[in-house]
Design a binder for this molecule. Structure first.
Ligand SMILES: C/C(=C\Cc1cc(O)c2ccccc2c1O)CCC[C@H](C)CCC[C@H](C)CCCC(C)C
Ligand SMILES: C[S@@+](CC[C@H](N)C(=O)[O-])C[C@H]1O[C@@H](n2cnc3c(N)ncnc32)[C@H](O)[C@@H]1O
Length: 230
């Protein structure tokens, strides 16, 4: 799928994106995103960035974590999802940026922490995204990258496939978004498993990387740190 096709998918689902995420995950995605913020190591006063921020719910959790003395940037190339993100008020001002995370307009070694929620599986080049992420992080900084994951247990794999095909897609079809949500399962099947994500992080220059399966292995968080000697 090309970058433009991905951009079009998210521009089209923008009006229902948050609501369907809450429904389909029974609200659990908010917990998964809070876990991601915790794993990023962001703390009060940090200068942090949320890549592929979409409608900004993870970005707002990051802003709450860094507090009024910190700074947060939310970056996405979906104009329609960013428009939704900008509608929300937050105590900590968030800098919203419409940009491609493969070509970020930030100097090297800028950020104390980074998050990415359900973005890595959707970029056109995972290695390039990880290299750009490594470049903008300060030495010693950590990124936490949340996405789908394929559970190792066959029964859970069958449940995940069934849920996506028999619950998610049919309901999305009622919203006229069949193609958009039918994209999830094949994108998940192409997505590297945890150990492969760790290898990709090391190849991008990170010196520490761990993948944590969550939600019975149906989701996962890659936590990776840039060397203090970078
Ligand atoms: C927030 C979530 C998914 C974000 C998301 C990511 C994508 O790449 C998409 C691509 C195309 C359309 C939409 C998305 C998209 O919304 C995770 C929660 C939403 C999921 C659709 C629900 C998946 C649920 C698990 C497979 C099983 C959960 C079982 C339990 C009932 C919680
Ligand atoms: C599934 S949404 C995730 C949104 C949000 N992070 C969340 O956790 O709900 C994936 C987002 O990645 C964005 N995206 C995909 N590739 C991108 C790229 N190369 N540059 C910027 N944004 C990108 C899409 O526009 C979309 O908003």
């Amino acid at each position: 799928m090309t970058q433009t096709q991905v951009q079009d998918i998210f521009n089209r689902i923008a009006p229902v994106y948050d609501r369907l995420n809450d429904w389909f995950s029974l609200g659990q995605h908010r917990i998964w995103k809070q876990m991601t913020v915790q794993w990023s190591g962001a703390k009060p006063g940090s200068v942090a960035i949320d890549l592929c921020c979409g409608s900004g719910d993870l970005t707002r959790l990051l802003a709450r974590q860094v507090g009024p003395t910190g700074q947060v940037y939310g970056v996405d190339f979906s104009e329609n999802l960013l428009a939704i993100a900008k509608q929300h008020y937050t105590w900590t001002p968030i800098h919203w940026l419409e940009a491609n995370v493969l070509h970020l307009p930030f100097p090297d070694n800028t950020f104390h922490a980074a998050t990415m929620g359900y973005g890595l599986r959707n970029v056109s080049s995972i290695p390039q995204a990880l290299q750009e992420l490594h470049r903008i992080l300060q030495p010693g900084a950590t990124a936490a990258i949340l996405d789908f994951h394929r559970p190792s247990q066959p029964l859970l794999q069958q449940f995940q496939n069934w849920y996506l095909n028999q619950i998610v897609v049919p309901y999305a079809q009622q919203q006229g978004l069949t193609e958009e949500y039918a994209y999830i399962l094949p994108s998940l099947q192409r997505f590297p498993l945890g150990p492969q994500q760790v290898t990709l992080a090391y190849q991008a220059g990170f010196t520490h990387a761990v993948h944590y399966p969550i939600a019975s292995g149906m989701m996962g968080v890659l936590v990776t740190t840039k060397s203090v000697d970078s």
